[in-house]
Ligand binder design. Structure first.
Ligand code: GDP
Length: 480
């Protein structure tokens, strides 16, 4: 249950919804495939009354506060007809998922039981919930902030263990506390600035800017550290986009297959036949890795192949990590150097394939130069996609790259909305720091501080419009 993560009484950042008269909503909260149990959830002021009408407890007792969060056994009946044998939990506001009265009916799984029960509930004046509406109410009722809303979405949507763990940590509220602490610190800085503006001017005294500058610098650094970690947070959440590039026939598809240990990519002797990119999911230490095999890079007159090459370049731009593949049995020439330059400033691992044929001496010499990594090249490895020799070394290098991104903070922002707002907050704080250092009038710096504050408030979901909320909740499922 999500409830156990919170002290429900203190998480109220968005006060707007508290006490608002809300209607009662219901939905099937479990997937309606073949399953042992299915849950119909009801939330709102009439939840208990409706449930008491249709639920017949085996012990014949009506709900008492002692039953709060306890399972009660009985049957759901529509008049004389018993719809199912159930376990029902009554959860009294405000200590519930939505902070409203909630009833959860645990019926038998599959589609029909829960559908019939839901229909019966709706016939009692309850409205069908929209996507994510239970969570939206939890947010509007001030029980969770927007970071925690997004964490709930990410737990459900997680593609890897690491992503799920990160989202659970975010739901725990550690990240929210860090952001709130930063926000509060800006607020007290602002009050000092305002005090100085109002009272010191008359006194014709020199403003004591140094302590304020030091505090602004501290906040700027704390934000910079969170931004740095958010890159890792995003990699964990979305997986790493590792793009395989190289000329046709160097063995990209073979390497992809070797890594995936299955023959899904097309392996062929005809250069340039993998024209579109093939994307496969892969897990490395619980982190999702999206391997993207591209058409390859080489100048060509073939129109179709040229489209593929363009696409490879685009994919390289979107990559988190580039695996640049070469045929190690051939000579390392200027041509190879030029191809490598195409990777720009992206972190790159150079792979010399076909080591089973024996590496050329120039390839060996080039590999030696990579023993001292020169960014953005992380390192070089020789392997054979055919025999599998050296694949482990490549995996170790990728793992090392991931570990090298390890965060300084316990928790990290992970989605683009969050990262974008934090970057804006940081930018404004940096502006304030520069201003103070340059001796700019303190009221000009105040504007920057205020902006930084507002971006952090938006990050937590304070003072944001329905359009932003609608966008976030459209990705939720009904029943969450
Ligand atoms: P791509 O065009 O870069 O995707 O290359 P492919 O994976 O289609 O491989 C091109 C050819 O090289 C095929 O005949 C593969 O069997 C062969 N090949 C790939 N990797 C190796 C390797 O490590 N050693 C040897 N000897 N041949 C390989």
């Amino acid at each position: 249950m999500w409830q156990c993560f919170f002290d429900m009484t203190d998480n109220r950042t968005h006060q707007e919804g508290i006490g608002d008269a809300q209607d009662t909503i219901a939905a099937i909260s479990t997937s309606t495939g073949e399953a042992g149990i299915g849950i119909v959830r009801i939330s709102g002021p009439d939840a208990f009354a409706v449930a008491e009408t249709i639920f017949h407890a085996a012990n014949g007792r009506a709900y008492t506060p002692a039953d709060h969060r306890k399972l009660r056994y009985g049957w759901i009946r529509d008049g004389e007809t018993t719809l199912d044998e159930v376990l029902v939990s009554f959860m009294q506001a405000p200590h519930t998922y939505t902070a409203e009265d909630i009833v959860e009916i645990n019926a038998h799984g599959g589609r029909l039981s829960v559908e019939r029960i839901l229909k019966l509930v709706l016939s009692h004046g309850v409205r069908l919930a929209t996507r994510g509406e239970f969570t939206r109410r939890a947010f509007l009722n001030g029980r969770i902030d927007l970071l925690q809303v997004e964490a709930i979405h990410d737990i459900i949507d997680a593609q890897s263990e690491a992503a799920q763990q990160q989202a659970v940590d975010q739901l725990g509220g550690g990240l929210s506390h860090q952001i709130k602490d930063l926000k509060d610190a800006i607020l007290s800085l602002l009050s000092k600035v305002e005090y100085d503006i109002n009272f010191m001017e008359d006194a014709q005294e020199e403003l004591p800017v140094l302590p304020m500058l030091q505090e602004a610098e501290r906040l700027e650094q704390a934000m910079a550290s969170l931004i740095k970690d958010s890159q890792h947070g995003r990699l964990v959440r979305d997986g790493i986009r590792a793009v395989l590039v190289g000329e046709p026939n160097v063995g990209k598809s073979s390497l992809m297959n070797a890594l995936l240990r299955e023959e899904r990519a097309i392996v062929t002797d005809v250069p340039g036949t993998t024209r579109d990119a093939i994307e496969e999911g892969y897990r490395l230490d619980g982190i999702a890795l999206r391997l993207i095999d591209t058409a390859g890079l080489r100048e060509t007159d073939d129109k179709v192949e040229a489209i593929g090459v363009d696409m490879s370049r685009r994919r390289m731009k979107e990559a988190d990590l580039i695996l640049a593949l070469f045929d190690g049995s051939c000579d390392w020439t200027d041509r190879e150097n030029l191809l490598l330059e195409e990777t720009g400033d992206k972190p790159t691992i150079v792979i010399l394939n076909k080591s089973d044929r024996g590496l050329s001496s120039s390839a060996v010499a080039f590999l030696r130069t990579l023993e001292i990594p020169k960014r953005p090249i992380i390192g070089g490895v020789a392997l054979s996609a055919l025999t599998g020799e050296g694949i482990e070394a490549l995996i170790a290098m990728m793992r090392e790259y991931l570990l090298g991104q390890a965060p300084e903070n316990d928790v990290a922002l992970s989605n683009l909305r969050q990262i974008d707002l934090l970057e804006k907050a940081h930018q404004s704080m940096l502006q304030a720091v520069y201003g103070m250092r340059a001796g700019v009038a303190i009221d000009a710096c105040e504007v920057d501080l205020r902006q930084s504050y507002q971006h952090l408030a938006a990050l937590l979901g304070e003072e944001i419009g329905d359009d932003v909320l609608d966008k976030i909740f459209q990705d939720f499922c009904v029943g969450k």
